[in-house]
Design a protein around this ligand. Structure first.
Ligand code: ADP
Length: 303
């Protein structure tokens, strides 16, 4: 198994080339155990193609894919089928089994991994709680919102401890408030489970909130790589500059959404969530026009 600069073993080590008519993807990536790597790029950059190649759905023109130290694809003809790679690909849509309840959707994956029926059901219920859906176990997908379906899909994926979880724009088709909730859930659960993940996104806020490291993919090639704040703070290309400028806080202030506001002896005690998913507690003067759901701007004190 190859090690990264910090000496950690790479769970995913890939060099991927896909030539397809006028489009050519050529990217190298290495992801350490427990790390979340964001692959950020504009539409058409090749993000889905890259994730598809790692999962085994997209044929490679050249290159190799190693997972957990094992070659699952190379030029010599090794090509391990997707279901044997230990990788799960979660897309914009949850793709749950429509005829199964939420509980059975989660249990199904565990059953396929050899977990006994009774255990799988109990663990599915525990996962439903973890993803904020206690009591929803009997519902079929058609009776769940898009965000709730994504929560079930995330539980189904994490419940089988994938070697690598591939997330292809999982928040894109959700409204902003729902996306905020799932972004926080993803951040918490990826950390709690120590899951190794690759997240494709066009959104700098997602990259900053979720990723330990970021690569930028443009026109099939990597144009920047590093810690999200470093890449976004010193944009190497016009695309990076454009997405970085959409981030809250670029004028020195932070935007946060108020989640609760109560009058207390000190004034108004509010909890607000930043775009990064951090919860901050604020004490504001009595009478401040702050209500749950409003957006506020927090400016750090001038130093
Ligand atoms: P992204 O996920 O960054 O939006 P994609 O990987 O979906 O980018 O697409 C990369 C390029 O490959 C684009 O030019 C797209 O039009 C093309 N492409 C994607 N899927 C297919 C396909 N099934 N057949 C042919 N071309 C495709």
């Amino acid at each position: 198994m190859s090690a990264d600069a910090a000496g950690r073993d790479a769970v995913l080590d890939a060099r991927i080339r896909v030539d397809r008519g006028g489009f050519a993807l050529d990217a190298q990536l290495r992801v350490a155990a427990g790390e979340t790597l964001a692959v950020m790029g504009p539409s058409g950059a090749g993000k889905s193609t890259l994730l598809g190649a790692i999962a085994g759905f997209t044929p490679l023109t050249a290159g190799t894919v190693q997972l957990g130290g094992r070659t699952v694809q190379d030029a010599a003809g090794v090509d391990v089928p997707p279901r044997e790679r230990g990788v799960i690909l979660l897309g914009q849509r949850a793709r749950l089994f429509p005829h199964l309840s939420a509980r059975d959707n989660i249990a199904f994956g565990m059953r396929a991994h050899g977990v006994r029926r009774a255990d799988a059901g109990m663990r599915a219920d525990a996962w439903l709680e973890r993803v904020g859906l206690p009591g929803f176990g009997a519902r079929r997908p058609a009776r769940l919102s898009g965000g709730q379906q994504q929560r079930v899909a995330l539980a189904r994926a994490l419940a089988v401890s994938p070697r690598v979880l591939l997330l292809d724009e999982p928040l894109t088709s959700l409204d902003p408030a729902t996306a905020d909730g799932i972004r926080s859930l993803l951040r918490d659960e990826l950390a709690a489970t120590g899951t190794t993940a690759v997240l494709a996104t066009h959104d700098a806020a997602d990259a900053r909130a979720l990723a330990d490291r970021l690569i930028v993919l443009e026109h099939g090639g990597v144009t920047a790589e590093g810690a999200p704040d470093a890449v976004l703070g010193e944009p190497a290309t016009p695309f990076i500059a454009a997405v970085a400028s959409t981030l809250p806080g670029t004028d020195g202030s932070w935007q946060a959404r108020v989640e609760s506001a109560e009058t207390s002896a000190d004034g108004i005690r509010a909890h607000a969530r930043t775009a990064d998913g951090d919860l901050v507690e604020l004490i504001l003067p009595a009478g401040s026009p702050v209500t749950s759901g409003s957006t506020i701007s927090i400016r750090p004190p001038a130093s």
